[in-house]
Design a protein around this ligand. Structure first.
Ligand code: ADP
Ligand code: ADP
Length: 228
């Protein structure tokens, strides 16, 4: 479970990123975060990964109080969270397999286990035949699938995606969110930032709208919002 209790964050330059935010996201939920640029969406994610610490309030991820956590526990926290970005962030000189394997090498997984897990996750995202290609040889949608494979290969309890379809065309975007739905169906909590109202209504999941660092609404599903 993820919980934000009265969380506020003001950056050093005085920008108010989050102002007294309270949210609970249960295990296994699929939640969309919407809001204009500057609304505080990225800050919300950075609080989860402990890239940013709040000025006040508490952030809980599973049993961890992220706000009062020792530095030495950060790697353990980050293993609970798979992260996907708009710009994929793949390593350009590594193949598809190597990009995914890298996430397991850094936690010193055994080579045999790495091989098995990479092959399993490539199948899951439908890229088995691209295993030895470099990112530059793939389409945008395929690159994002590699990034998703890398994010879930350690079986995180939460997948967070910051505008994962921002660089993709509408059909490819639907394929990506279908993959998120699939991942969500086997129990992973999914939290996705999107500006794309077509995807919001297509998914028809809980929508949290942020505005100027505050929760503007958190009581609707995608289809209702587009009707409103
Ligand atoms: P969003 O992801 O919704 O665009 P952000 O969380 O990135 O929103 O930003 C929220 C507010 O905090 C904005 O006013 C932004 O300019 C400010 N902000 C974000 N990151 C920083 C930073 N590192 N330093 C100073 N201000 C920041
Ligand atoms: P199991 O009990 O077999 O692990 P799950 O319900 O966890 O079943 O998963 C269903 C299917 O999805 C299985 O084939 C499982 O291996 C696969 N799967 C679930 N989560 C992940 C993940 N994060 N990475 C790769 N494969 C996964």
């Amino acid at each position: 479970m993820i919980e934000f209790k009265n969380v506020s964050k003001v950056y050093d330059n005085g920008s108010v990123a989050l102002d007294d935010v309270c949210l609970t996201i249960n295990e296994g939920e699929f939640v969309l975060i919407c809001g204009h640029s500057g609304a505080g969406k990225s800050t919300l994610f950075k609080l989860l990964t402990h890239e940013v610490v709040p000025d006040s309030g508490t952030v809980i991820v599973d049993d961890f109080d992220v706000t009062r956590m020792k530095r030495s526990k950060i790697p353990k926290l980050r293993r609970k969270l798979g992260v996907v970005f708009q710009d994929f962030r793949l390593l350009p000189n590594k193949t598809v397999s190597e990009n995914i394997a890298f996430a397991l090498e850094v936690i010193e997984e055994k080579p045999k286990v790495i091989k098995e897990k990479v092959s399993h996750v490539l199948e899951l995202v439908g890229l088995t035949d691209k295993a030895n290609d470099l990112p530059e040889d793939l389409s945008g949608g395929e690159q994002q699938r590699v990034a998703i494979a890398r994010a879930i290969v350690n079986r995180p309890s939460v997948l967070i995606a910051d505008e994962p379809t921002g660089n993709l065309d509408p059909d490819t975007s639907k394929g990506i969110v279908d993959l998120f739905k699939h991942i969500n169906n086997f129990g992973t909590t999914v939290i996705m930032v999107t500006h794309n109202m077509d995807l919001v209504s297509y998914l028809n999941k809980r929508v949290i709208r942020l505005k100027d660092g505050r929760v503007q609404s958190d009581n609707m599903r995608g289809a209702e919002i587009n009707e409103a």
